[in-house]
Design a protein around this ligand. Structure first.
Ligand SMILES: Cc1ncc(COP(=O)(O)O)c(C=O)c1O
Length: 389
């Protein structure tokens, strides 16, 4: 059996042992110094000014949209483009928070939305924002997408939950938008069991994200920022400030366990993603020789921090054939994330605007993936390869 993932952590035993010791020795397990140190280290790793830790990637997406609404950078009723092939909780907050989701098609060869897809949708819908997803470690032409968004006043935000460590156009995916989100759920590039992060270089957005993360209060802001908020709302005493709630918020705080694990797993990340990439190249070379499959294009990328092995068949009948092959070999597989999001029941229920999505439809009906992670052995890679020959 080759499961979607074999372990919860990179260096599983050391991490679990260190976690057990940490829990026994620490007095405080709610959000504190370990979380803040992890945020600092993650921001340094990602070369961004701010990193805000939360309890999941879904929460990161939710508070990013809420923060943009609180700041007036988006308004209820605005049209927000999203990658047609993405995860449910990328699109759900757009709907939940009163915005209008518009699917942007993708290109099967890159799995991602390209600038040409965005241009096509924007010309029709006049988008106010584009919440792009970098799918399974791959990406579109993000520099061109950013340029297009800048010159058309589209707020670009990135869901980078599946692409931590990937690079394109000279930078990490996740560094092209105003803000971006990450997931540390088990089976993502690095795991804190559950967990998520946001990064941004925008001071005002970072402050609002901290407010939205916890109750709407100012408790986790710097003293200078607290003063700014308190003065502008005539909050005169520390006593009143304790329970003053400035804007719409949630409680999506992480725990110190998230912070502790995050710091530990971040140290292993460079080795972890190097092995994932090497595994991917082995499988890619087999895919290239199989005329049933569409070879993926990543030549525009500097580094593919691979999340899983995607396989795009030329038609649905071929996918059925490979689903049987993989099942027979005991390899766990999944559909191409949520496929064409417009075909999902929740989207059909809540959204009236439907686009023609040729690329996303192809991925929906003809693609699948299996897991890629550092613990895969040469024998595992051979087993996967043997299903493709
Ligand atoms: C693109 C994308 N966005 C968001 C999420 C949500 O992350 P989480 O499971 O940490 O809530 C996922 C989860 O797999 C994802 O793939």
């Amino acid at each position: 059996m080759i499961p979607l993932m074999k372990s919860t952590f990179f260096n599983e035993f050391e991490t679990k042992k260190a976690l057990a010791d940490f829990i026994l020795q620490t007095n405080k397990l709610s959000m504190d110094q370990h979380c803040f140190e992890f945020e600092k280290q993650f921001a340094e790793f990602h070369n961004t000014k701010h990193a805000i830790l939360v309890n999941s990637g879904a929460s990161a997406n939710l508070i990013l949209i809420q923060a943009l609404l609180n700041l007036g950078r988006l308004k209820k009723g605005d049209k927000v483009g999203f990658s047609a092939v993405t995860w449910s909780t990328n699109v759900m907050p757009i709907i939940q928070l009163g915005l209008v989701p518009i699917a942007v098609d993708c290109v099967p060869e890159t799995l991602n939305c390209m600038s040409s897809n965005l241009k096509h949708t924007h010309e029709k819908h006049k988008l106010k924002a584009f919440f792009i997803t970098n799918v399974l470690g791959f990406s579109g032409d993000l520099a061109n997408i950013k340029k297009y968004c800048d010159s058309n006043n589209i707020v670009l935000i990135e869901d980078n939950c599946e692409s931590l460590g990937s690079k394109v156009d000279g930078d990490f995916t996740g560094n092209f938008g105003l803000g971006s989100t990450f997931s540390f759920f088990v089976a993502h590039h690095m795991s804190t069991i559950e967990g998520g992060m946001l990064v941004t270089n925008d001071e005002e957005l970072a402050e609002m994200l901290v407010i939205v993360r916890a109750n709407g209060w100012d408790r986790n802001l710097s003293a200078i920022t607290q003063k700014k908020y308190r003065q502008s709302h005539q909050i005169k005493s520390e006593f009143d400030a304790k329970y003053t709630f400035y804007d719409l918020a949630y409680n999506v705080r992480p725990t110190e366990i998230t912070g502790f694990l995050g710091k530990m797993q971040l140290k292993y990340l460079p080795d972890n993603i190097k092995t994932r990439e090497a595994n991917y190249r082995v499988i890619e070379s087999v895919v290239k020789q199989n005329s049933d499959l569409i070879p993926l294009v990543s030549s525009h990328m500097d580094f593919v921090s691979n999340f899983s092995f995607p396989f795009v068949c030329k038609d649905a009948a071929l996918r059925d054939k490979y689903i049987k092959e993989f099942a027979g070999a005991g390899i766990e597989i999944r559909p191409m994330i949520a496929g064409n999001m417009q075909l999902q029941p929740f989207f059909a229920k809540y959204s009236t605007i439907k686009e023609e999505l040729i690329g996303a439809n192809h991925l929906h009906h003809c693609a699948f993936y299996c897991g890629n992670y550092p613990e895969l052995t040469d024998t595992d890679l051979q087993t996967i390869s043997s299903c493709l020959i």
